[in-house]
Ligand binder design. Structure first.
Ligand code: BDR
Ligand code: CA
Length: 301
């Protein structure tokens, strides 16, 4: 069965990889893409999202979402994704235009018009989803599922207790996770198992295809940025959510009660989680990495 999806992204190198995977999959039908602020300010993530869709010849509407977190100041990630957010890829002039309707309203309208049909895949901060749930709480019961890249069961990648998307907008993450919506959470612990090795990157660099070339230019930058920051092979976090939407059987996990710390101290953005069969949040805890890369290569190469 084909899954109808809305992507909410802060494009971002790994968001770009996620968008490529989603666009190439025949199991997913992308209804629209919303760009939100996160890895870079909204003007850049919106331009990046439009450029990636144009490069993919992906004929779907692109909307601008939230320009800032609900409460705190923005905190972008140029040291990982570059000043442009995509590691310096040079795109052809941008012809694709963004829609005038706000992304949050698109989300509300589409879910209302297609009850129990729409899966939302959120790979940036959760500001848009939190706003949509606050403006139109009826959609919480109408969404088919919400797959989220965010949080960490152990540790973090921005502070020692917080992952980037939850740290960027902890209040939004807490609103969404406590909403009762059917959530699948893909935390850092799982995404960290999906890294692009030097051998793999070299193999992709041999492929004669414009989209793969764009991806490889970004991934080369990403690899250097990781190394420069003392990190191992780069992680394509957001692509893991797309794999979940296509083939959830490659994952293991449990229903958990979850919350996100919003106190303004060193714990801000921290995910707290404990097993609970009564929760609406399924937290993935494992992935078959070989199976992920089989899917990835089948879609892209
Ligand atoms: C998340 O943060 C962003 O920098 C990535 O795009 C990903 O969504 C990983 O913590
Ligand atoms: Ca992202």
């Amino acid at each position: 069965m084909i899954k109808r999806v809305i992507l909410d992204v802060d494009t971002g190198i790994d968001d770009m990889v996620a968008t490529i995977m989603a666009a190439k999959s025949e199991s997913l039908k992308i209804e629209g893409v919303i760009a939100t602020a996160g890895n870079q300010p909204l003007t850049k993530t919106m331009n990046n999202t439009l450029s990636v869709c144009q490069q993919l010849q992906l004929d779907v509407p692109v909307f601008a979402g939230a320009a800032a977190p609900l409460v705190k100041k923005p905190h972008c990630a140029p040291h990982i994704h570059g000043e442009d957010g995509l590691g310096g890829v040079v795109f052809p002039p941008l012809e694709k235009k963004g829609e005038t309707l706000h992304g949050v309203l698109f989300l509300i309208e589409t879910i209302r018009a297609n009850p129990h049909e729409i899966t939302v895949i959120a790979t940036g901060p959760l500001t848009d989803i939190a706003l949509a749930f606050s403006i139109a709480p009826d959609i919480i019961g109408l969404i088919d599922s919400l797959v989220i890249m965010g949080g960490a069961l152990k540790g973090g990648n921005v502070t020692s207790h917080a992952e980037f998307n939850f740290f960027y907008d902890g209040e939004a993450a807490q609103i969404v996770l406590s909403s009762g919506a059917p959530v699948v959470l893909v935390p850092l612990d799982v995404t960290s198992r999906v890294r692009i090795s030097e051998d793999r990157l070299k193999r992709y660099e041999q492929v004669e295809n414009q989209v793969i070339r764009m991806m490889c230019t970004s991934l080369r930058f990403y690899q250097k940025a990781y190394a420069h920051n003392g990190l191992e092979d780069p992680i394509i976090h957001d692509a893991v959510c797309i794999a979940y939407a296509i083939d959830p059987r490659m994952f293991s996990g449990n229903l958990m009660d979850v919350s996100v710390t919003c106190s303004y101290d060193e714990w801000y953005g921290n995910l707290k989680a404990a097993d609970s069969i009564n929760s609406s949040v399924f937290v993935t805890t494992g992935i078959d990495t070989a199976r992920f890369f089989r899917l990835f290569d089948d879609l892209l190469l």
